[in-house]
Design a protein around this ligand. Structure first.
Ligand code: F6R
Length: 369
């Protein structure tokens, strides 16, 4: 049941702190190391892995795009991310040293299932990241890491996405731990930060009223653009996807550095542009570049909606609307930066009179190719 909320989506957004904590539960030991016992691929085999390929669709694909940054940074193993629906049709290069990760909330998505079958036929090991116990994708995989988000009823994925991210971080950190990279200290520090992240998600949820108000004020707009860099880029794609599926608006996500290569031509007076700003502490060069992007689009009349860390004062003068998120390690920022975008899309959809839990033309689980 909806537990007092008007929509399942609102309930599921609110459940995210618990979902994130549940996905971490029992996977970090007292010494601060990861114990992923259910990943039944031997540590010897994991040490041999020379390439990771992630396959997924929609929101789960966006989780995969973020996972790439984490996997390559913490393990130095090359990682590709591919839409499951495209994967097997291009004769991908796979062998027994390729670890394929299939991400799926439902565990029944046909595109993802066909991609993992193809990978196993080529001798690759498949690890599923899945939210639905006993569903087809984990049954057909070599191993599974369950996300413990609980049942997700609303068609638009919210808590499943955050827990997919957590599971991806766990896999990346675990691979780093097993293989012993030079990032050992950072890995231990991130595991500590991850264990506290659910409180940060909770904190974001408490500050969402201005985001709702802003969303309502944009109900008659036709287009919203989303910009990000580094892990903020997939967050921008996810913000745009949520808005398309729920508000039926034209929404696009771009890598902010791409702006000058074409999309900036779209900027016009009063166009709402949401910008996800990287931490000024971590990749500070990127931070400075995105601040200039915000200046550029604002100079062309766009209405800038800026999602930035608490304490990041450099962005404030160029933000028509400033949405604050807690400071986190760079790679973990999507866990807090996505939440305002979910709330934004949900509220805009409601303001436009749309059916939030059951958007037109969509099904919760897509069992056809
Ligand atoms: C978007 C959404 C879809 C799913 C996609 C994959 O909010 O829900 O894009 O993420 O259909 O579904 P699963 O994760 O069940 O494989």
């Amino acid at each position: 049941e909806k537990g007092g909320y008007d929509y399942f989506m609102l309930k599921e957004i609110a459940e995210q702190p618990k979902a994130v904590a549940d996905t971490l539960l029992g996977r970090i030991d007292a010494a601060g190391s990861l114990t992923l016992d259910e990943v039944r691929i031997s540590t010897a085999e994991l040490r041999e892995v020379d390439k990771v390929v992630i396959v997924a669709c929609g929101t789960a694909f966006h989780a995969g795009l973020i996972a790439k940054y984490a996997i390559e940074h913490w393990t130095r193993i090359p990682c590709e991310v591919e839409l499951a629906s495209e994967f097997r049709y291009r004769d991908p290069i796979l062998d027994p040293r390729t670890l394929v990760i299939a991400i799926s909330q439902s565990g029944e998505t046909m595109d993802t299932l066909m991609a993992l079958r193809h990978a196993r036929e080529q001798g690759s090991k498949v690890l599923a990241i899945c939210n639905t116990n006993g569903s087809t994708i984990p049954r057909e995989s070599d191993a599974v890491l369950y996300t413990h988000a609980g049942p997700e009823v609303a068609v638009a994925s919210t808590k499943a996405f955050l827990t997919q991210l957590v599971a991806c971080y766990l896999v990346a950190l675990y691979l780093g731990q097993v293989r012993g990279t030079k990032w050992g200290d950072e890995i231990r520090a991130v595991i500590r930060d991850l264990s506290k992240i659910s409180q940060e998600v909770e904190r974001v949820l408490k500050t969402m009223e201005p985001v709702r108000e802003l969303a309502r004020s944009l109900a008659t707009k036709n287009t919203v653009l989303f910009l990000g860099r580094h892990v903020g880029y997939p967050v921008a794609l996810e913000g745009a996807l949520k808005l398309k599926e729920l508000a039926y608006m034209h929404a696009e996500g771009f890598a902010a550095g791409e702006l000058k290569h074409g999309p900036i031509a779209l900027i016009e007076k009063d166009l709402p542009v949401v910008v996800v700003v990287p931490s000024p502490r971590g990749r500070s060069v990127l931070h400075d570049k995105i601040v200039s992007n915000i200046q550029e689009i604002r100079a062309r009349g766009a209405r800038t909606i800026v999602i930035a860390e608490e304490g990041d004062e450099a962005v404030a003068p160029y933000a028509d609307h400033l949405i604050r998120i807690p400071a986190t390690p760079t790679l973990l920022q999507p866990l807090v930066a996505t939440v305002p975008l979910q709330v934004f899309a949900c509220e805009l959809a409601t303001a436009r009179g749309n059916e939030v839990d059951q958007p037109r033309n969509l099904a919760k689980s897509v069992t056809v190719e």
